[in-house]
Write a protein that binds this ligand. Sequence first.
Ligand SMILES: [Mg+2]
Length: 248
Amino acid sequence: MLRALLLDMDNTLCDTHRAVDAAKIQFARHVGRCFSKETSLDGGTFASAFVTGIYREWSDSQRGAYLPIIERQGEEAFRKQLIKDLLAEQHINTVTDALANDLLQVFESERLAAFDFYPGIADFLGRIRDKLTLVVITNGPEFSQLPKIAAVNLGDYVDHIIVGGQESEQKPARSIFEKALQLADCQAEEAIHIGDSFNADIVGASNSNIKTIWVRHEQRPDPVSTISPCYTVDHPCEIPALVEQIAG
Ligand SMILES: [Mg+2]
């Protein structure tokens, strides 16, 4: 019998891609205005590189530079340094810490303003909570995850929220799924996990013997993985009907 629903947040419950794309456009415009006298600046390239950087798609030299900053000073310090470095690449070397902070706040506020549930998801959570215990497991640092959680009042819709950055290990580690099962007070076979990341969500939950729903978006299955999701949907808007059918 199904008793608990474990849920990823980014690009499963909430349209993070859309929020980041919207923020990227506004960020590029803002930086362009800020440095309008700098003819060398390409705001779009800068904003794209910033998003690539915060999603940890680093070169080896960036990895060597940024991991120690994150470990010693945290995510916010890393993001400010990333802004300074990317602007320096465009020959703008006059960025103070205060200006880097102001620019970072522009990106964050634009991202949060555009951050929301996919259509139908908030109502679905309200309905299904009568039947199932709901536990969100979201990977990522507190710096980025807590404001997003607050922006949609996620705590009002679910019973528990686990932020990967506050735990000793993030998805796909078994420990974080075991914590979710403990919070929901149920066994692995009584839960189902929904997420869009094949590696973090589907492999992680499967390794903990939890059934899975993969939100595929445009992705293809990992060709070498021996793990396959129990159910696959193309888009989060298909989650409510499938879960309500499974839950009976
Ligand atoms: Mg996700």
